[in-house]
Design a protein around this ligand. Structure first.
Ligand code: WT7
Length: 734
């Protein structure tokens, strides 16, 4: 279908330039009615208007790490794969590699083969000569009375060594073993990660907001023998008792056949234990007790093969079982160091604040590994964005002199909603801001630019995912203008391609939507799904592989799982996931995971999760449930359903509403028509229901849901054409 497809002014290259005020263009938009026929899932169009370019300031350009257009030439396809030497050369290698890219066992690519390095050495030790007393992290506890605490590279060095000595001496861990962390935003988390990296132990951090059960499943999947946790932490003004989750996690792992031998419990305030959960004798140990035996010990960083796994990061997909994305040491670290330098424009003297959680890939790549590899100073914030008021982030930025700010659209929306005028009251100046995790609406983008960035910060909208280790598309901030709502061209050395559902290539720059893939391997790409190599091949490569016998990377495009369009200027717009994933406040939740959690409630016969458009969180989940025969709806069952999700996945996934319905709308083959209930949940037209096996149930559900929503004060919200299409075609594959 033809799309927006309007030209943009400018050739994309910036020499210098005044700040342009964005102006909306009047653009004729096509709709599905005009093109006739129904759209396939991957063809959903973006109906945001094409925005005009904005240019970074001459001051920004003057200091940028990537300021010469020649950098695009250095990373052009003819130079692939050697172009990535430039990233790898940012690191210290104990042994230099002999083969940049080994493709002999596709799609299990190997980068920098023959090379050896240690991630902990690269992030800590090598900075000591020049930066020992520079802050590596400035930790900001949520309670403001506590004040910020700086951890210098020297201190980080000591703490990492001592904890590594403890992991080795006390837990007997060695390279190749896995360790699970269930840790919030405290400095002990990066210390633990780097301690593992020092030994070549593979870490697997589970987001602290996830439940003990979810953590237990991941422990079992990774085969960890050690769990690292904490007594509790502050969030939104509340002390959260966290240790209890460890007990659950250990029990769940055990039920899946994996025995945790030791639980290492940090205490947020060493020496004081604030948890109702008792310590289990012979299993649970306070880190601040045991570490006393390891003080002053140094552990030599183990030179790891470049392709040794550094960590696992679990993520959601189409089926219920989470996938452990396995990331490498050499390729991954090179990629995050290189992209941090060029796209985030991190210099060692910057004060950088990535307002994400280390429990997600963003935190691994762009709080811990990338920024530390470059020797910068990072802010680590414990708490919630608007606690105790929406001025908090700007107070932190002002007080600490933050000049690079990195967060997700959901946080921007929340801060805008709660404190539109707050940024102007604070004396901070960002040179660069990053947005990541979901598409950002041009309206929200503009508030970010004008209010948060004070119209002086360059913005990068970075598109990527857990599996890709680092950015796939973004503007290089000094070289390409910003275009609100578009993430920009492909990142350096990344060559995307868009396919339609029939496997035909969508013409580059045509503005037509399809499934975006990356044609080439890159150093940051995951190595495999931990323990499930077939699933790795199946999920990411099977669909568009040209020839399974080929060892030529050109035959193995990587399927990202997003719909996208590319405009004529080469900029991409991301339309969202094409698999059964709902992106809630930047957190990826698999509908199958949600539904299987609910199906554990004995009263429930059927469950279907659908997305609801939300002003702040992007999407939230509503759960439709049909009960076992003979049972009738009750608030108790509704609570049980909510609890089941909280317990098995975590509070982040708690559905906004649970609708207990007499029957689900179904196709003749018995599949739940999710697009119909998704439409109802969003007050949208349910569309054609004549092909349903039971069209008569729809009106009843609609009435029930509208009535209860009205009682709960939920008003219909006008949806954009893009949102409407997403909802009305939700789960269409069924
Ligand atoms: C999904 C990946 C990237 C780290 C955090 C999320 C969506 C990510 C953008 C962006 C539009 C984006 C995609 C992607 N996404 N960044 N800049 N613009 N959409 O990692 O949990 O693996 O989620 O987030 O849909 O597939 P994740």
């Amino acid at each position: 279908m033809s799309l927006i497809g309007q030209h943009n002014n400018g050739n994309g290259l910036v020499v210098s330039g005044p700040q342009l005020r964005p102006r909306k263009k009047e653009v004729a938009m096509s709709s599905s009615e005009e093109t006739g026929g129904s759209l396939s899932e991957s063809q959903i169009a973006v109906h945001w208007r094409e925005e005009e370019y904005l240019y970074p300031s001459a001051g920004f350009i003057g200091q940028a790490n990537a300021a010469e257009p020649a950098i695009y030439k250095r990373f052009s396809e003819e130079r692939f794969p050697e172009c990535f030497r430039e990233y790898a050369d940012l690191l210290h290698w104990d042994a230099y590699w002999h083969t940049t890219l080994d493709t002999t066992n596709p799609p299990f690519w190997k980068w920098f083969v023959g090379g050896r390095l240690n991630a902990s050495y690269n992030c800590v030790d090598r900075h000591l000569a020049t930066k020992a007393n520079k802050a590596a992290f400035i930790w900001v506890p949520e309670p403001e009375t506590e004040g910020a605490k700086a951890i210098t590279y020297q201190e980080l060095y000591r703490r990492v060594n001592e904890f590594a000595a403890m992991l080795k001496g006390f837990c007997g861990l060695e390279s190749g073993d896995r360790v699970t962390f269930h840790m919030p935003m405290v400095p002990d988390l990066p210390v633990s990660m780097l301690a593992c990296a020092r030994l070549g132990v593979v870490h697997s951090e589970v987001f602290a907001g996830f439940s003990g059960t979810a953590c237990g499943g991941r422990i079992a999947d990774s085969g960890s023998r050690v769990l690292v946790t904490i007594d509790g932490y502050y969030r939104d003004g509340k002390w959260l008792d966290h240790k209890a989750k460890a007990d659950e996690a250990v029990a769940v792992a055990k039920s899946e056949g994996v025995e945790i031998e030791k639980v290492l419990v940090f205490r947020r305030n060493p020496g004081e234990y604030h948890s109702a959960s008792p310590m289990v004798q012979g299993r649970d140990y306070f880190v601040d007790d045991v570490i006393g035996d390891y003080l002053r010990q140094l552990v030599a960083p183990v030179p790891m093969p470049a392709e040794a796994p550094l960590f696992l990061m679990y993520t959601s997909g189409t089926t219920g079982r989470p996938k452990g994305a396995q990331h490498s040491t050499g390729g991954y670290l090179s990629y995050v160091a290189g992209t941090s330098k060029y796209f985030l424009d991190i210099h060692p003297e910057d004060t950088y604040w990535c307002f994400a959680d280390i429990g997600w890939i963003t935190g691994h790549s762009y709080i811990v590994y990338g920024p530390l590899a470059l020797g910068t100073t990072s802010v680590l914030y414990e708490g919630a964005p608007a606690y105790p008021d929406p001025g908090r982030p700007w107070r932190i930025a002002e007080r600490l002199g933050v000049n690079i700010f990195h967060t997700a659209p959901t946080t921007v929306r929340m801060l805008r909603k709660l404190g539109k005028d707050e940024p102007a009251k604070h004396d901070y100046h960002f040179k660069l801001m990053c947005t990541v995790g979901e598409p950002i609406e041009p309206e929200v983008w503009r508030w970010y630019y004008e209010s948060v960035g004070k119209a002086e910060a360059a913005i990068v909208d970075t598109w990527w995912m857990t599996e890709t280790g680092g950015f796939l598309a973004s503007t290089l901030p000094a070289l390409k203008p910003m275009k609100p709502g578009s993430c920009g061209p492909a990142a350096l050395g990344i060559y995307p391609i868009i396919y339609d559902d029939d496997g035909e290539v969508v013409e580059a720059g045509s503005g037509k939507a399809g499934n975006i893939c990356i044609r080439n391997p890159w150093p940051g790409v995951m190595q495999t799904v931990w323990g499930q190599p077939e699933r790795f091949v199946q999920t990411y490569y099977a669909r568009y592989c040209q020839d399974k016998a080929s060892t030529d990377w050109r035959d193995w495009p990587f399927m990202c799982g997003d719909g996208a369009v590319q405009a004529e200027d080469g900029y991409y717009r991301i339309l969202g996931r094409i698999d059964d994933v709902i992106n809630v406040a930047g957190h990826r939740l698999g509908t199958k995971e949600l539904e299987s959690a609910v199906l554990t409630v004995p009263e429930v016969a059927e469950a279907a999760a659908v997305p609801v458009i939300d002003e702040v969180r992007g999407r939230v989940v509503e759960m439709y449930v049909a009960l076992q025969p003979g049972l009738s709806a009750s608030p108790e069952i509704e609570d049980k359903v909510k609890r089941s999700i909280e317990v098995q996945i975590g509070k982040v996934a708690r559905p906004k509403n649970v609708w207990i319905v007499p029957d689900m709308p179904k196709t003749r083959s018995g599949k739940i028509m999710r697009r119909v209930i998704a439409s109802i949940s969003n007050f949208a037209d349910v569309g054609d229901i004549t092909t349903l096996a039971n069209p008569d149930v729809v009106e009843g559900i609609r009435r029930q849901v509208y009535k209860q929503k009205t009682e709960r004060g939920e008003a219909p919200r006008e949806l954009s054409a893009k949102e409407l299409e997403e909802i009305q075609s939700y789960g269409k594959a069924e």
